[in-house]
Design a protein around this ligand. Structure first.
Ligand code: GDP
Ligand code: MG
Length: 288
């Protein structure tokens, strides 16, 4: 039996959350084309007959601009210190120098696999150049090219991970998929829809807190607060005659029902909490 902790690092938008979902075959991490969707470490378990891989998705690596960012970067740093294997995820379309700057700064002491992602979107020439670039780097001894979105060569990555995994018993119940509670995923699905439905600053000014999660006979009743920083943002979220909040509610409910495999009654409330992203008490309350 082999088991161990594997962390996925990379610049925002590299496809870390998509890769986590592809490896697990489940939708656990929310995804958007906008950067900084992921705010928490999500742990997912890959359970095989003779292995358990505990995978962590991390927020993208960046320079902190506000306190929420600092919290997010602390979580990246803490995951650096407790991994058995690190996956550095590179977007094959991204600037190699910029990725190198980030990857070099990590100074990893654990085995590293460099995964070159989005291979469905680059030509062979570019792919070869990128591979040659990373081969010369200390973290580029082992390179795998793949497409997380199209699920191509994702299994090659799994095989490479297993080779590095220490021998030992499973850390978690092999029946479980994740260590996070269902209500966490509920708030993430609402956040994902906010990223889809609203432009510009709204998603970054918003967080979601599930206040009530009650399993009734025929459905699950969920109440969630959407926290924003200003009245004007509340007005945008609610929309004309409540049109936007209604749409948000319907679409969120659909993904939550799919995830929970149950009928759901979802109630959303929008609340203004000025400067919540800078406030220690609020950040704690909202789980950061
Ligand atoms: P993260 O910020 O690193 O977690 O990145 P996400 O997983 O949220 O993905 C960012 C964007 O890249 C999304 O629009 C994904 O659909 C897209 N993406 C991820 N993997 C691939 C891939 O293999 N190929 C292509 N073409 N797009 C991808
Ligand atoms: Mg992500």
């Amino acid at each position: 039996m082999r088991s161990g902790f594997v962390n996925i690092f990379g610049r925002p938008n590299a496809g870390k959350s998509t890769l986590l979902n592809a490896l697990t075959g489940e939708k656990l991490a929310i995804i958007s084309h906008k950067v900084q969707t992921t705010r928490h470490r999500i742990k997912a378990f890959l359970n095989g007959d003779d292995y358990q891989v505990i995978l962590s998705d991390t927020p993208g690596i960046m320079k902190p601009e506000y306190k929420l960012h600092e919290r997010m970067m602390q979580s990246v740093k803490s995951s650096l210190e407790d991994a058995d294997v690190a996956i550095l995820l590179a977007d094959a379309n991204d600037d190699p120098e910029k990725m190198d700057e980030v990857f070099s700064s990590l100074r990893l002491k654990v085995p590293v696999i460099l995964a070159l992602n989005k291979c469905d979107r680059v030509n062979a020439d570019r792919l070869r150049k990128m591979t040659e670039f990373f081969q010369t780097k200390p973290y580029g001894k082992e390179i795998i090219t793949l497409s997380a979105l199209k699920n191509e060569h994702v299994d090659d990555l799994l095989q490479a991970i297993l080779k590095h995994l220490p021998e030992g018993m499973a850390f978690y119940d092999p029946e479980e998929l994740t260590d996070l509670p269902q209500r966490f995923f509920v708030s993430e699905f609402v956040r994902e829809k906010i990223y889809e439905l609203f432009d510009e600053e709204i998603p970054y000014q918003t967080t979601v807190l599930v206040r009530e999660f009650k399993e009734k006979q025929t459905l699950i009743k969920i109440t969630a607060d959407i926290i924003v920083q200003r009245e004007s943002q509340k007005a945008i979220l609610i929309g004309e005659k409540g049109s936007m909040i209604k749409k948000l509610g319907t679409e969120s409910r659909k993904s939550i029902e799919e995830f929970l495999q149950s009928k759901v009654f979802l109630e959303l409330f929008v609340k203004v909490r000025p400067k919540w992203r800078e406030n220690d008490l609020y950040l704690k309350e909202y789980g950061y």
